[in-house]
Design a protein around this ligand. Structure first.
Ligand SMILES: [Zn+2]
Length: 505
């Protein structure tokens, strides 16, 4: 079910056939966009591996626009006459490749660069793109979250390239350094650690942030606003850094104070927190036009809608746990393709729900135990498979449906019922260890589950993840799957929880 490697081979053959013969006699491919992701086929670009991004953003308060420079260091995997980056809505002024001006064109969400000489296979290339962007621009899709005095970023799944030109596919993780220049009175922030603060002497300050671990483009956070930074200490002295709109800081303090205990609980289940720091960034807007979801797991700095965090703990705790768990499932171990999204969302919901019921907080349906909630979701199993496809086979239209969230949690519940809680925990730890700071496919999870449990779970999990009908639930022969009816507004409504929806977590 993994289309990516096959597609890459197909692309390579096609490119070899169309390769131009250059004067040097070296066939140079023109990189045609798209890695063939099962959900977003045109996302990402073949022919190179992005190693590092050095991004600089300067916010202009008068126009509320951003001037930016992206320096991308990449290693070519074949000789390239030109190179594609994903880009949409960027006003590109100039491009350099290895220090020399290069020709460029934009088309179909791609920025195609043509250097004055081909890039040899295996070479390290440095691409510099100078551009401007308007966070308020109306685009077909956008990763910008405009706020009254700045912006934040929400690139998941396919919109980081409206913020910076990139190889915008989670399989190509890279190192990131991000500089943000903002007028004094506002604060520029990004994920990672603050490594330099430079007053520019003209009423502006540049701040530089470095991420220690590799990051997927969809997980980049960079923001400017009237912020105050709240620092505290988590388990083992882990630095916690919340970036909070100054005017909302007092209101949000009760929610932000919950993180340390949530981290301790998550570490008990998942092992040590994988990054150098954690924190929450409540953006300075609740406008549903600015962003239509509750929270997003941008790496080391989770983006939130501030209004949500003003609710009492039983109404937000499981969702905060969901976003925190993404540091392990989603950020440290990122999906190899978007069809593997259930690995993120299923795990985040599974632990978020467990956290809720351990604390005795009834869910939106009135259930107070994981088993009762799972029995309810199980009853909808065939309906969800009909409406939103199998758990590990989403389309772009159904990607963020409940099937990837509580539907994914149901698969994990079934696995735990089959192998027992201790073996399930061992599978989870092995999977996180094996793919730490990298990517994993659904097949990788199946392989780890079989290896660790000592039983071949391939058929069992394949039925749960790809089957058109809901398998029997181990240990619960009395659980019944309800009939499939034509998709109704009610069914669709129940199938859109999670990060991007109202949250029936
Ligand atoms: Zn999530």
């Amino acid at each position: 079910m993994i289309a990516l490697p096959r597609t890459r081979v197909g692309l390579a053959v096609a490119l070899a056939l169309s390769a131009a013969l250059l004067s040097a006699g070296v066939p140079a491919a023109t990189a045609v966009g798209g890695l063939g992701d099962p959900v977003f086929p045109s996302l990402g670009n073949a022919g190179y591996d992005a190693l590092a991004y050095d991004l600089s953003f300067t916010y202009r308060p008068d126009s509320r626009t951003v001037d930016a420079t992206a320096v991308i260091t990449a290693r070519t995997s074949r000789t390239l006459a030109s190179l594609d980056l994903d880009a949409l809505g960027l006003d590109v002024h100039a491009v350099r490749v290895n220090g020399r001006p290069a020709a460029f064109t934009t088309h179909d969400e791609k920025l195609t660069l043509t250097p004055d000489r081909p890039l040899r296979r295996g070479a390290i290339a440095q691409v510099t793109v100078a551009y401007a962007a308007d966070p308020r621009a109306r685009l077909p899709h956008t990763g910008w979250v405009p706020t009254p005095n700045g912006f934040a970023v929400a690139g998941q799944p396919d919109s980081a390239h409206t913020v910076f030109p990139c190889n915008d596919h989670p399989s190509d993780k890279a190192r990131f350094t991000i500089s943000v220049t903002a007028p004094d009175g506002l604060l520029g922030v990004a994920g990672g650690e603050l490594t330099a603060t430079e007053p520019l002497g003209d009423g502006r300050t540049a701040r530089r942030y470095t991420s220690r671990a590799p990051m997927a483009t969809e997980l980049v956070q960079v923001s400017v606003g009237d912020y105050t930074v709240r620092e505290r200490s988590g388990p083992h002295g882990l630095p916690l850094r919340d970036v909070v709109p100054r005017a909302r800081a007092a209101d949000l303090e009760p929610a932000l104070a919950l993180t340390a205990d949530q981290l301790a609980w998550a570490e008990q289940h998942l092992g040590p927190f994988p990054f150098e720091a954690y924190g929450i960034l409540p953006a300075d807007t609740d406008d549903p036009d600015a962003f239509g979801f509750t929270g997003l797991e941008t790496q080391t700095l989770t983006l939130y809608k501030p209004g949500f965090l003003r609710r009492p703990e039983p109404a937000i705790g499981s969702h905060m746990m969901h976003e925190l768990v993404h540091s392990w499932f989603g950020d440290s171990v990122s999906p190899a393709t978007w069809a593997d999204l259930w690995l993120n969302e299923g795990h985040a919901d599974f632990y978020g729900l467990m956290y809720r019921y351990e604390r005795g907080w009834p869910d939106a349906f009135g259930y107070t135990t994981l088993a009762d909630r799972m029995r309810y979701v199980y009853g909808l199993g065939d309906q969800w498979r009909h409406d939103a496809g199998p758990v590990a086979a989403p389309t772009a239209a159904t990607l963020f449906d409940g099937q990837r969230y509580t539907g994914g949690a149901l698969v994990l519940f079934a696995l735990r019922e089959k192998v027992g809680a201790d073996t399930f925990d061992a599978i989870e730890h092995a999977f996180l260890r094996q793919h730490r700071y990298g990517n994993a496919t659904t097949a990788d999870y199946l392989r780890t589950a079989s290896e660790v449990s000592g039983q071949d779970l391939t058929g069992f999990l394949t039925d749960w993840l790809y089957g058109r009908s809901t398998p029997p639930m181990p240990g619960h022969p009395d659980w019944k799957v309800g009939p499939v009816t034509p998709p109704s507004a009610t069914a669709r409504g129940m199938a859109v929880p999670g990060d991007h929806g109202s949250g029936t977590l």
